[in-house]
Design a protein around this ligand. Structure first.
Ligand code: COA
Length: 171
């Protein structure tokens, strides 16, 4: 069965280093968040069409998707969503040793809220979700040229385990 909600402990609070702390509550997405989530997705993955994102969002709320399996939103105030973490469980991941790896499929914070601990709060809640799913490893990836993402991952305790080149050809 596809799990669509997470049971989190206390709401996760953002932590400031780069700027003033932005207190956020991290919670599971509900169908009422579809519009806000769509906006975050379009900003993170502009190469996808709005129709494609809508189809995936609908599929998620219908319980039809394993990727993402869970979606966490960071909310500054009720209705003011400033970040998202999309999560799955992968049977394998680069550098991992187990066959149920919690995976950060998507991670995005709106530009005005960055460097204020929101990404950290999302990852902390994602880790809690992963542990609740019985996972003991958490993995992620980023484009090789995304230096901010690499720095943020490392600041949050991830180790770099490889870099991959992708190829294609017509058949
Ligand atoms: C990556 C991203 C989600 C981080 O969100 P954020 O809210 O700014 O992150 P935080 O403020 O919680 O910072 C977490 C850690 O990352 C580090 N970090 C964040 N942005 C950084 C930057 N621009 N340069 C260097 N380090 C950075 C911080 O130092 C922080 O560690 P610290 O608190 O110990 O100092 C955000 O920059 C983003 O949405 N980027 C665009 C989308 C993207 O690239 N997503 C990742 C795709 S894999």
């Amino acid at each position: 069965m596809v799990a669509r909600s997470v049971r989190l402990g206390r709401p996760s609070r953002g932590k400031a280093r780069g700027g003033a702390r932005l207190p956020v509550t991290v919670r599971s997405a509900t169908a009422r968040d579809a519009g806000a989530w769509l906006g975050l997705r379009r900003a993170l993955w502009p190469e996808g069409s709005e129709a494609e994102h809508r189809t995936e969002i609908d599929g998620f709320f219908r319980g039809q998707l394993s990727e993402p399996l869970a979606v966490l939103l960071a909310e500054e105030a009720p209705g003011q969503v400033v970040g998202v973490a999309e999560l799955s469980i992968r049977p394998q991941a680069e550098g991992c040793h187990t066959d149920r790896v919690a995976y950060l499929e998507g991670w995005f914070v709106v530009p005005d809220a960055r460097r204020r601990g929101v990404g950290r709060a999302l990852v902390a809640a994602a880790e809690e979700w992963g542990r609740a799913q019985g996972c003991c490893e958490f993995a992620s990836d980023a484009q090789a040229d995304n230096a901010v993402s690499a720095a943020a991952h490392k600041a949050l305790g991830f180790s770099e385990v490889g870099q991959v080149c992708c190829f294609r050809k017509e058949l």
